[in-house]
Design a protein around this ligand. Structure first.
Ligand SMILES: [Zn+2]
Length: 557
């Protein structure tokens, strides 16, 4: 998918921060898919998607239409709608007339009908059909998963993060443009229940043995959050009395998983209480909270979390932190639900800033442990997750090409946030920052830079080099030091130019003191009874090394 070399590469490298070391070769198709600035996308702002899809599991095909309402922002161009092969657009219709169509891979360009002016509202309908790509390794691989439950009943779902929602429905497939609301009407065989996003508005049986499940989302929704889950579901509900009042909780396990679900999914209210404490109100009181049994690990589909963690604690029975703490909760309920705040409420405009979703969701796991088992346990969990850091490629790849960075966006990103919490050094302020992010950027799409700036401004700390170091390089900051008598000399190495992160170290036997290393040597007094016990506060994700005997350390700095 990303093997061809085309000249568009250079254009997008220029748009990339200087420190990013993404050497991936991106294709023309990647540029069409990932661009936030192409004229075919920026002149119109989606306000409503009206999605109707008939699903025929017997031949793995779908057929449907999406009504796209939009506001004109600038003089019209061609209009790019994305739909990935083997699905095909049959027609696009505006004001009762067929639009002129031009296809370039997964991008379908339509010529608007008539004259359109900035500020006006228009709509068009995209008709399409085909046998959508089948996901082989969901949720990592996008498309439809066609399977059967253990009783032999049909069970099919969609996943498409990264791959893009256009793997199964036509839309402006970029995270930067969310509709203000969306209908999702899915028609399936009568024997099945479809659970999509938001609230169920109607169930309509048809004479041909199918049923339409009409769901409606009243809030902006990221397009990868839109989902089909069709199976022999049971249903039970509950209420959570949270910061914004009563929140409906709807649980949709397969019927034969009902008892297991009632047992394991009971973790949901404590998760919501913890995350409301740290992040502010659940973002979708109007659309409710749902957990839905899925034949894959799980995914943060907005207001409709997909769950496939085997109804047991840990992550598929494992503890990702290696501390034992990860076995005390169900990873998928906690991690995927954290995305309701970071990922769904605050959505990265460009997939390259996916750390805004995953670093915070990873960090949220530690906060959940903290809520349940205390601050020290939360820190132990986050620190334990460092075992999973690879430092292979930077967390932020190239922008504008739907790029995805290193999996380090999870444990390393979480540890970056844990480190920044130490720099902030004030837990109530840190909590105010996390809730403030969700208030400031509520129901919005953002750049990673906006998130960085918000944290820096509201903490009053200089964090630009910290973010640059952890997000755009694979270097772990190393505190190089030498102790001679009662003098500690220290400096940062393996850092970006100008790196100036403060760090806690043991200058005395009374605990950690914050020092302010730079790349230049500095010296301070140390009163440790045993200099061999010199240590850096483990809450900071850094390493240490002793200056070699041949190392000349300038004095009086
Ligand atoms: Zn995640």
């Amino acid at each position: 998918m990303r093997r061809l070399f085309l000249p568009v590469l250079a254009t997008f490298l220029l748009a990339t921060p200087l420190c990013a070391q993404d050497t991936t070769t991106y294709t023309h198709a990647d540029s069409l898919r990932g661009s936030l600035v192409s004229p075919e996308r920026t002149w119109w702002d989606v306000t409503f998607y009206d999605l109707h899809v008939d699903v025929s599991p017997a031949d793995s095909s779908i057929r449907g239409w999406n009504g796209i309402s939009y506001t004109v922002l600038a003089d019209p161009h061609e209009l790019q709608v994305d739909l990935q092969a083997p699905l095909v657009v049959d027609s696009m219709v505006q004001d009762g007339r067929r639009m002129q169509l031009r296809q370039d891979g997964a991008a379908w360009f339509a010529t608007p009908v008539g004259t359109q002016h900035p500020g006006e509202h228009h709509a068009l309908t995209v008709y399409y059909h085909g046998r959508p790509h089948a996901a082989h390794r969901p949720p990592w691989d996008g498309g439809f998963t066609w399977t059967r439950d253990s009783l032999g009943n049909r069970w099919f779902v969609t996943t498409d993060q990264g791959t893009g929602a256009s793997i199964w429905w036509p839309n402006k497939d970029v995270q930067a443009d969310e509709p203000d609301s969306q209908r999702i009407a899915i028609t399936v065989p009568d024997s099945l229940v479809d659970v999509s996003n938001g609230r169920l508005r109607s169930v309509t049986h048809h004479e041909n043995g199918t049923t339409t499940w009409e769901w409606f989302v009243t809030s902006p929704i990221n397009n990868y959050g839109v989902v089909v889950n069709a199976g022999r579901y049971a249903h039970y509900s509950d209420r959570f009395y949270g910061l914004n009042g009563p929140l409906t909780l709807d649980y949709w396990p397969l019927a034969y998983h009902l008892d297991a679900a009632r047992h394991v999914w009971a973790q949901t209210p404590s998760m919501l209480a913890c995350f409301e404490h740290w992040f502010g109100p659940y973002p979708w009181y109007e659309d409710g909270y749902k957990l839905i049994d899925a034949p894959h690990n799980g995914m943060e589909h907005q207001s409709a979390i997909a769950y496939g963690n085997g109804f047991s604690n840990g992550y598929r029975g494992r503890d990702v932190s290696g501390t034992g703490l990860g076995m005390l909760f169900d990873f998928i309920i906690i991690h995927e639900s954290a995305h309701e705040w970071f990922g769904n409420n605050i959505t990265a405009r460009d997939n390259a800033d996916m750390w805004v979703h995953e670093s915070f969701a990873n960090y949220a796991e530690g906060l959940y442990v903290e809520c349940k088992f205390g601050k020290a346990a939360g820190a132990r969990y986050i620190i334990g997750a460092r075992n999973g850091i690879r430092n292979d490629t930077p967390i932020i790849p190239a922008y504008g090409v739907n790029g995805s960075g290193s999996g380090d966006m999870y444990p390393k990103g979480g540890n970056m946030l844990h480190t920044i919490r130490q720099i902030v050094g004030n837990d109530s302020l840190w909590r105010e920052i996390l809730t403030g992010l969700n208030r400031e950027f509520r129901h919005r799409t953002v750049t990673g830079k906006q998130v960085q700036d918000y944290i820096a401004q509201h903490s009053g700390r200089k964090l630009d080099k910290v973010f640059q170091q952890y997000l755009t390089t694979t270097m772990v900051p190393e505190l190089e030091y030498r102790i001679a008598g009662n003098r500690l000399s220290y400096r940062w190495t393996h850092v970006v130019p100008g790196f100036d992160m403060p760090v806690g170290v043991t200058l005395s036997d009374k605990g950690y003191t914050v020092i302010h290393p730079t790349e230049s040597w500095q010296t301070t007094t140390i009163t440790l009874a045993d200099p061999g016990r010199f240590a850096v506060d483990p809450d900071y994700y850094v390493t240490t090394s002793r200056a070699g005997p041949g190392q000349v350390i300038p004095q009086n700095r």
